[in-house]
Write a protein that binds this ligand. Structure first.
Ligand code: SF4
Length: 400
């Protein structure tokens, strides 16, 4: 990855003008990096919110960034908006209104756009939810993680089962018809039956969407450090696989579609925003540390407040790095992101996007994986056999 020089960025955006996706509506992500307190396993870009004034300042800069993107991006149509974090539900509705007012003045928001806000149980009230719905929010992604009180405490979460129940009731009352739960398995000392219990409790609350993530400990989280010292006892690989397949079994039996390795949805409730990532479609990321994919470039915003704010003060987009993907990289990403989804990769779409035959570019790899039963082929598409979902990353290495 190379450091961002202005001229190269311009070349990327010129490429975008020539690119086929120009008429496509984009996705927009806004990062809100504040939480009540840091969870013990978390290494996301998020910080404890010490002072509410910081939120006002942050929203001011978000709006500056929106205006700069307006000047830079040719495509102004947005059909999915995702506010993630951190804990975006710490944002009072009047601050969300400030963002939406600038956004709608500069971008054209599709009338059927999907508008998700991430929320943590215990941070939502009926008034805040009504306020969000008033701004167009139609999907809530709730960070439930577990229904085991002892485990939640160990994780450093600030809520329990009661707060989840309240959030669900209040969301429904405020008019939310599309509610997603995030759950984590593979937690320290977690057993298969404890995980089953979490899944069952989640299903009792009838969310339209469920994401199940295996615990992943990277970098500097408190738990990652504990693990290094041998003080954290995690389930073994076999138990993790059992937990994963148990989730699949239970969720399929309850009418959910397993549409991406970690994601399940009731028919008609797949997350349209996240599908853009897996289909390698363009999106803009706004906010501290946010990532964009536009004009065949992967762009990362500064992740330090100082650099982020200074850059915007100078009237520049706050890019720390801009990586122009080579054709090989782009094709490889299209393959392994597409293979994360149940729909897989379509031969015709590959050809339209790259003017190349997928079976010529990856003939050897695809042939081998089909022969091994790791990939399936149906109606011009190839897809990953779900038995191999837990080891998908190893399969994807073949395309890199
Ligand atoms: S609420 Fe989410 S983003 Fe915030 S510290 Fe916990 S895991 Fe990290």
């Amino acid at each position: 990855m190379w450091k961002y020089p202005k001229k190269r960025l311009w070349q990327c955006l010129v490429l975008k003008i020539k690119g086929r996706w120009i008429s496509m509506s984009m996705g927009l992500y806004i990062h809100i990096p504040f939480c009540l307190k840091k969870c013990h396993y978390c290494d996301f870009l998020s910080f404890s919110l010490s002072n509410k004034k910081i939120l006002y300042q942050y929203v001011y800069y978000i709006n500056k960034e929106v205006k700069l993107w307006y000047k830079t991006a040719d495509e102004k149509k947005i059909d999915t908006l995702y506010i993630g974090g951190g804990t975006p539900s710490l944002l009072p509705p009047h601050l969300l209104r400030k963002i939406m007012s600038v956004l709608s003045q500069h971008f054209s928001l599709d009338k059927n756009f999907e508008f998700t806000i991430e929320a943590n149980p215990g941070t939502l009230t009926y008034d805040s939810l009504k306020g969000y719905v008033g701004e167009g929010v139609n999907r809530i992604s709730l960070g439930v993680q577990s229904f085991d009180a002892a485990v939640l405490k160990k994780m450093g979460r600030t809520h329990g089962e009661k707060e989840v129940e309240e959030s669900v009731v209040l969301s429904r009352k405020a008019g939310i018809r599309n509610l997603g739960f995030d759950l984590i398995y593979g937690l320290p000392e977690q057993t298969l039956s404890q995980w089953e219990n979490t899944l069952k409790k989640a299903l009792e609350m009838e969310p339209e969407h469920v994401s199940v993530y295996g615990l992943s400990l990277e970098n500097q989280s408190l738990w990652a450090l504990k693990k290094k010292k041998g003080e954290l006892f995690l389930p073994d690989q076999d138990t993790l696989a059992d937990m994963y397949f148990l989730s699949r079994e239970i969720l399929l039996a309850h009418g959910y579609e397993h549409y991406e390795i970690s994601n399940f949805a009731k028919p008609g409730f797949r997350c349209r925003h996240n599908l853009k990532y897996w289909r390698l479609e363009p999106y803009i990321g706004i906010g501290l540390g946010a990532t964009s994919y536009i004009g065949k470039c992967r762009i990362n915003n500064f992740s330090s407040y100082d650099d982020y704010y200074k850059s915007l003060e100078k009237g520049e987009l706050p890019f720390e790095t801009v990586e122009k993907l080579s054709l090989d990289q782009e094709m490889a990403e299209f393959m392994f992101l597409g293979l994360r989804t149940a729909e897989g990769v379509d031969e015709g779409e590959f050809f339209e996007k790259f003017e190349a035959d997928m079976y010529q570019v990856y003939g050897k790899e695809i042939k081998f994986l089909l022969e091994q039963g790791i990939l399936w082929k149906r109606n011009g598409r190839i897809m990953l056999n779900p038995c191999y979902y837990p080891v998908a990353n190893e399969v994807f290495l073949r395309f890199i």
